[in-house]
Design a protein around this ligand. Structure first.
Ligand code: FES
Length: 260
């Protein structure tokens, strides 16, 4: 983990409130594991907490990385106003990332994403393809209006879409698409990132599966395991006291490991 003033290469709006930011700096050399995140200081003195944002794409050759974020409050609103050439105070990469060991050439992996949980799955898919694993993407959005990265995912591998309001592709939850797919395709691994409701659906769909990895969304403060702002409870713990820190021990957990 390093801290650096990274330079903004470009900023692009992808959908209402959704932005893509490309950054460059030495810190890219530290990046490699999909599913990790960076912790960014908001360039405004009164906003003290950094914002954790997952890494969407790593380009080692160009020494750039991309993040995609949704404007949720003052901090992310500040990010959306930044322009190329501006500097951002970035710490990272943080978190454990997805574990690709155990997957072999010819395996099929399901990649399941919802809303603003979708970005880190792009780098994951790229790296699976590099290993000779075939990803199938299942992506869910609230509506057609807020969809982004359709072409990017379709450019990598087969992609199936769902929207909550039915304005594009399948009408309903992305979990419905999985129910259909498992009838004919047995995946060697399932990777998911999104809101808790979606992760619960994935967990119950693949109860007996040995390799299901869930990336949790959590509010964070320090981002480094020091403040306990991001704890969640461990499953099957009779005392009810055992907890894990999402920023440090996660954000990726095996299905069944933590209480969603
Ligand atoms: Fe401080 Fe996780 S954010 S311990």
């Amino acid at each position: 983990m390093k801290q650096e003033m990274m330079k903004i290469v470009s900023q692009k709006q992808l959908a209402p409130r959704i932005f893509e930011l490309t950054l460059t700096g030495e810190l890219v050399k530290e990046m490699g594991t999909p599913g990790q995140f960076i912790h960014i200081r908001v360039p405004r003195a009164d906003l003290l907490l950094r914002r954790p944002i997952s890494i969407n794409h790593i380009d080692a050759e160009k020494q750039t990385c991309r993040i995609i974020y949704r404007v949720e409050g003052e901090g992310t609103k500040e990010f959306s106003q930044l322009q190329s050439g501006d500097l951002l105070d970035v710490m990272g990469p943080l978190g454990n990332g997805f574990d690709l060991t155990g997957l072999n050439k010819g395996d099929i992996a399901f990649i399941v994403g919802g809303g603003i949980g979708i970005p880190p799955l792009y780098e994951l898919s790229k790296q699976l393809l590099k290993k000779g694993v075939t990803p199938i993407h299942f992506l869910g959005y609230a509506s057609k209006e807020v969809m982004y990265y359709q072409e990017e995912f379709e450019g990598l591998a087969e992609t199936r879409f769902a929207t909550d309001d039915g304005s594009f592709a399948h009408h309903g939850h992305v979990g419905h698409l999985l129910e259909e797919a498992v009838q004919t395709i047995p995946p060697a691994a399932v990777f998911a990132c999104g809101a808790n409701g979606m992760l619960k659906a994935v967990e119950s769909q693949f109860k007996e599966h040995p390799n299901v990895q869930l990336s949790l969304e959590s509010r964070m403060a320090c981002g480094m395991g020091a403040c306990y702002a991001c704890v969640c409870h461990v499953k099957d713990d009779e005392t009810g006291n055992k907890s894990v820190k999402v920023c440090d021990e996660g954000p990726i957990f095996k299905a069944g490991e933590v209480v969603l």
